[in-house]
Design a binder for this molecule. Structure first.
Ligand code: PEP
Length: 253
């Protein structure tokens, strides 16, 4: 059984005080809830504040990016060890905004992933097609290329260390959500591709999250789909009431 995972990607939002307030609020709103795992991914500058605010609650701490080298002359970058030091257990890799604005490629996703896993971080690897790619009928070939390239030479069996997030780029921050059918189709495709690339080993255990305008109103339907194991949430993860409603809606009965 894959326990649902809900991840709040705050992108470039919230300072330290806002981070502390928000986490305390979420911890209160979801206290006593079981059957769901929750992560928050604040900006780097708020990681220590987040770690302190999380305290002994079950919320996990996730970073939004990681470099593949341990240390060195890489101005503006951050290493896996530094993220561990700041209290992170998780990192998001290959978000479409990194691909679109910062030159992220499948090759750099793969390098970041290997470095993160080596350091003991768990990773959420993002894949997803643009609108023009979907309209050209290329959704599966794009997702397959991102998956194969991003996970090249990386095993998936038994680690529990890799989560895939399917995020159609046209649904991120646009208010447009994939239909249940569209989401389930791509999630099943991803699971099938993992199974064929890894001889089936572990593909049934890998969590596949949906991301793209998830809100309290659509969360239960999307996360209730057979191959959808949770959500990567952007905008709605900045509002405590909405984020906690999504967390509650994800508990599979
Ligand atoms: C995201 O940034 O990963 C995301 C899914 O954003 P939003 O929920 O705002 O569409």
């Amino acid at each position: 059984m894959r326990v649902p995972l809900i991840v709040g990607n705050w992108k470039m939002h919230k300072d330290c005080a806002g981070t502390t307030d928000f986490i305390k609020k979420i911890a209160g709103l979801t206290s006593g809830l079981s059957g769901v795992d929750v992560l928050v991914a604040p900006p780097f500058t708020s990681l220590f504040a987040a770690r302190d605010a999380i305290g002994s609650s079950s919320i996990g701490l996730c970073a939004q990016n990681v470099h593949w080298e341990d240390k060195g002359a890489f101005t503006g970058e951050i290493s896996s060890g530094m993220l561990r030091d700041a209290g992170c257990g998780w990192v998001i890799i290959g978000h479409s905004e990194r691909r679109q604005y910062f030159g992220e490629t499948d090759e750099t996703v793969n390098k970041r992933l290997k470095a993160a896993l080596k350091a003991g971080l768990k990773a959420i690897v993002c894949v997803g097609e643009t609108l023009s790619e979907r309209e050209a009928g290329k959704t599966e070939s794009v997702v397959e290329r991102q998956l194969d390239g991003g996970l090249e030479d990386v095993g998936i069996s038994g680690s529990g260390g890799i989560v895939i997030a399917y995020e159609p780029v046209w649904a991120i921050g646009t208010g447009k959500t994939a239909t249940s059918r569209q989401a389930q189709e791509v999630h099943a495709f991803i699971r099938g591709r993992l199974a064929s690339r890894h001889d089936g080993g572990g593909s049934g255990d890998v969590k596949i999250l949906y991301g793209g305008s998830v809100k309290p109103e659509n969360a239960a339907e999307l996360i209730g789909l057979p191959d959808v194991d949770g959500a990567l949430v952007g905008g709605a993860s900045l509002i405590a009431e909405d984020f906690s409603a999504i967390i509650r809606a994800s508990v599979k009965i």
